[in-house]
Ligand binder design. Structure first.
Ligand code: LM2
Ligand code: CA
Length: 454
């Protein structure tokens, strides 16, 4: 039989939280490239304060690309390795603030005080604010949110031309090393006009994804940042956290309602902040988390960003490290009860789904099949998915499908790389527009036209 093959359009990204640069490069080559991932989202690359906590990354002390995650040379090497694998690189740009401690020496030797960063900024470059401790207290006051300090972090006067040009030089430096885009950390805490002015001065045409957490009661909304580029769709993550435990899986098709346009939305199940503040599902939710990821990937709204972190008990706990440098990532064997410090590599579980998303592209959702906590639908004539959110019941619907006849394999359950046998689960036979799809509890079967056994 002739095998219909479509050119995949890479779409899914992954946040490799606190992965060091050599490990990111290796992952691009071995897993992300071969499975059609579009991009990797890094942790911050600039010099930061010393400390074992993960969040030292979010306290810049200089814009040297020397950090716990690696050297400038390693960074450059990683970007070109990822590009060779066809994977784009998005850097995490911490530009709202500098450090939040009185002073010290950064990981690359820079001596600083709270408001003095040699060669970059002095006291005049920071906002002052008359709230207690100069901190943001009232999120209903736009000026306070944008000009007071977020957790004591020295707040840059991002509206000033000199501050802007210092930030622009830093981001352009990353672009010169090949970076394809930026996550704008704490974008809500900068006036959208400031962010726009900075982005307008950048060289090249980088992808911009602003981090603006939607809270309906607040004056600053993600929509304010859409002229600059895209935004992270926090509401989707929060909605997924509600609908999976309740079993209302079909409501995944309504996630788009009231949100920013699909082309400007980066969707996710969790990120490094929400897995700690429990606003979303996370690896700690085991099979519910996995089902949420299937839903995120199955529905067409937004650009999905998978997440890959490490197990932790204390929210401050840093990634495994030696002498201040994060260790190379070795993925732990998947488990619902990992030991603290285990690298979870959750994205590898969904590597086959990244290809499924690339193959189904923009194809619309077909007729929805629904039974209890399970759903299923086609994506045009390119793919089909059945997700079973029942915790104890198997389902086995006979579905009408637009998929061409053939014997298909399950993309939702593929070994991520070097897979010799991509059909370990057996075959799913489409004949005369019908297919029977047995799915065990809290799992999924996903078929696509580029994964057929014959
Ligand atoms: C972000 N997005 O807007 C990051 O995604 C988030 O992870 C960052 O917070 C935050 N904004 C600032 O970039 C993290 C972490 C905080 C931590 C800060 C700064 O969640 O707990 O604050 O990074 O490292 C820590 C302490 C806090 C202290 C602050 C300043 O937890 O108690 O404030 O450092 O020393 C007195
Ligand atoms: Ca600010």
């Amino acid at each position: 039989p002739s095998i219909l093959s479509v050119e995949p359009e890479r779409q899914v990204g992954v946040q490799l939280f606190q992965w060091n640069w050599p490990s990111v490069g290796r992952e691009c080559t071995e897993v992300l490239g071969p499975n059609q991932f579009a991009f990797v989202l890094l942790s911050p690359a600039q010099e930061h304060i010393v400390g074992e906590q993960w969040w030292t990354s979010y306290q810049p002390v200089s814009y040297q690309l020397e950090s716990k995650l690696g050297t400038r040379d390693e960074f450059e090497e990683m970007v070109s390795t990822c590009h060779e694998a066809g994977v784009k690189v998005i850097a995490d740009a911490v530009i709202n603030h500098m450090a939040g401690i009185d002073g010290g020496t950064g990981v690359a030797g820079t001596e600083f005080t709270h408001y003095e960063y040699p060669g970059l900024y002095g006291p005049d470059d920071f906002h002052t604010c008359d709230t207690p401790g100069g901190d943001i207290v009232n999120y209903v006051d736009q000026q306070e949110v944008q000009e007071c300090e977020l957790s004591n972090l020295a707040d840059l006067r991002t509206g000033e031309p000199e501050v802007q040009s210092t930030i622009v030089s830093y981001l352009d430096d990353l672009t010169s090393l090949g970076v394809d885009g930026f996550r704008i950390d704490a974008a809500k805490h900068m006036h959208h006009r400031d962010v726009q002015e900075i982005v307008d001065q950048l060289s090249g045409d980088p992808i911009i994804i602003s981090e603006v957490i939607r809270a309906s009661s607040e004056p600053i909304q993600p929509e304010d940042y859409l002229e600059i580029g895209s935004v992270f769709a926090f509401q989707v993550a929060k909605d997924l956290a509600g609908l999976v435990p309740g079993g209302a899986l079909h409501r995944a098709l309504d996630l788009k309602d009231g949100q920013v346009p699909s082309e400007q939305a980066y969707t996710f199940v969790t990120n490094h902040d929400t897995e700690r503040n429990r606003q979303t599902l996370s690896y700690k939710d085991a099979d519910k988390y996995r089902v949420a990821n299937y839903l995120l990937l199955a529905q067409p709204y937004g650009t999905p960003v998978l997440y890959s972190g490490y197990a932790f008990t204390d929210r401050d706990e840093g990634a495994p490290q030696t002498d201040g440098g994060v260790d190379d990532v070795e993925c732990a064997t998947p488990s619902d009860d990992p030991a603290p410090g285990d690298w979870l590599c959750q994205h590898r579980t969904d590597a086959g789904m990244a290809e499924w998303v690339a193959v189904v592209g923009d194809e619309p959702i077909g007729d929805l099949w629904r039974e209890g906590y399970a759903i299923g639908f086609d994506r045009g004539d390119r793919g089909l998915i059945v997700i079973n959110g029942n915790s104890t019941l198997d389902v086995s619907p006979e579905l009408t499908t637009s998929l061409p006849d053939g014997a298909y394999c399950n993309a939702a359950d593929l070994p991520p790389s070097g897979a010799e046998d991509r059909c370990a689960d057996g075959e799913f036979i489409v004949a005369d527009g019908k297919v029977t799809v047995p799915v065990s509890p809290m799992s999924a079967v996903a078929l696509h036209v580029n994964l057929r056994s014959a």
